[in-house]
Design a protein around this ligand. Structure first.
Ligand code: IPM
Ligand code: MG
Length: 360
């Protein structure tokens, strides 16, 4: 097949892990005889430096026109001034919104050989296979007003608004229910309905959607309890659906189960049009340029791209199997173990070398 992907390597370790994913996609093209063209564009801090804004109209148009978008990471200390008018993260948020990517799928599963990389007790990690469905274009990330001001007593204050519309909740919970059908059929909706009005609406709509899916075992959990359950009984979860902010926080927490947040991929999808695929980790300025970043989250994001945007299931599985095999064989970057570690390039090669062995 023929496809065009826009790659946005971004900042920090973004370019290092994006190169890894591009090499893996190259290998897929060789093995399966596909023609996937990858165009790199600037987004994030690198785009602020060059263009004065994090995402130009032109790059946005390019992304909308592609079959899928692959993204490394954005942000870094250079652009972190709290009073700055432009921020790298704005590029990412604009992209998610303009591409209509209301759902962010974050699969979290443990690899038996990585149990020792997690600080949690090994027995808790057995059989963990969670799909977090994070709402991505609403909630407190996008609510207006979002501003600063000074009150009549001279106190500075800042406002962010957590707003959810009924249809935003409905479509994300519906998606969670339909994804649960191909899994264990269990959905946990996470909110803070004991305090927040937006969560009470969320719970009301989620309950209505659940009624339309009698074969799904559906339950609600408050976000504080969910944070605890994620590390005390993680294998109880199947599909976890939640709002933008709660999903952001809970997936960083859940990544600890897998040994490192460097392992986790994500797929952002909308009703139609190209999807956006990015690891859940950030630009990791502390290790950027050292060539030691874990490329797995990014490489698995490329697998999700093949699965969801290009409908190439066998190719996606080929990548996932190679990652599992490399981990099984003891290949590790420094975030997973302290000694005998591989560089980003070595880890990528280890994975690429294991692709194709499983093609029938
Ligand atoms: C993520 C990141 C982003 C988010 C940042 C970089 C804006 O933390 O994708 O999880 O908060 O969504
Ligand atoms: Mg995050």
């Amino acid at each position: 097949m023929k496809a065009r992907i826009v790659a946005l390597p971004g900042d920090g370790i973004g370019p290092e892990v994006t190169t890894a994913a591009e090499q893996v996609l190259d290998k897929v093209c060789n093995l399966f005889n596909h023609d996937i063209k990858i165009d790199e564009r600037l987004m994030g801090g690198v785009s602020i430096d060059k263009n004065g804004i994090a995402l130009t109209e032109e790059t946005l148009a390019d992304c909308l026109d592609a079959d899928a978008v692959l993204l490394g990471a954005v942000g870094g200390p250079k652009w972190d001034d709290p009073s700055a008018k432009v921020r790298p993260e704005q590029g990412l948020l604009t992209l998610r919104k303009e591409m209509g990517l209301f759902a962010n799928l974050r699969p979290v599963s443990t690899h038996p050989k990585l149990e020792d990389s997690s600080p949690l007790k090994n027995e808790r990690l057995k059989g963990v296979d969670i799909l977090v469905v994070r709402e991505l274009t609403g909630g407190i990330y996008f609510g207006e007003p979002s501003c600063r001001s000074v009150d009549q007593n001279g106190n500075m204050y800042a406002v962010d608004s957590m707003i959810y519309l009924d249809y935003e909740v409905k479509r994300i919970v519906q998606l969670a229910c339909s994804l649960a059908k191909g899994r264990q059929g269990k959905v946990t909706s996470v909110d803070k309905a004991n305090v927040l009005e937006s969560s009470r609406l969320w719970r009301q709509i989620a309950t209505e959607v659940a009624h339309d899916h009698p074969n799904i075992s559906f339950n609600h959990l408050l976000v504080d309890a969910a944070a605890m359950h994620l590390i005390t009984k993680p294998s109880d979860f199947d599909v976890l659906v939640t709002s933008n902010l709660f999903g952001d926080i809970l997936t960083d927490e859940a990544s600890v189960l897998t040994g490192s947040m460097g392992n986790l991929p994500s797929a952002s999808v909308g009703k139609s049009g190209p999807g956006l695929y990015e690891p859940i980790h950030g630009s990791a300025p502390d290790i950027s340029g050292k060539g030691i970043a874990n490329p797995i989250g990014m490489i698995l994001s490329a697998a999700l791209l093949l699965r969801y945007s290009l409908k190439l299931e066998q190719e996606a599985k080929c990548i996932e199997a190679a990652v599992n095999l490399a981990l099984h064989d003891g290949c590790r970057t420094i975030d997973l173990q302290h000694q005998n570690t591989l560089s980003t390039k070595q880890m990528t090669k280890a994975i690429i070398d294991r692709m194709g062995n499983n093609i029938t």
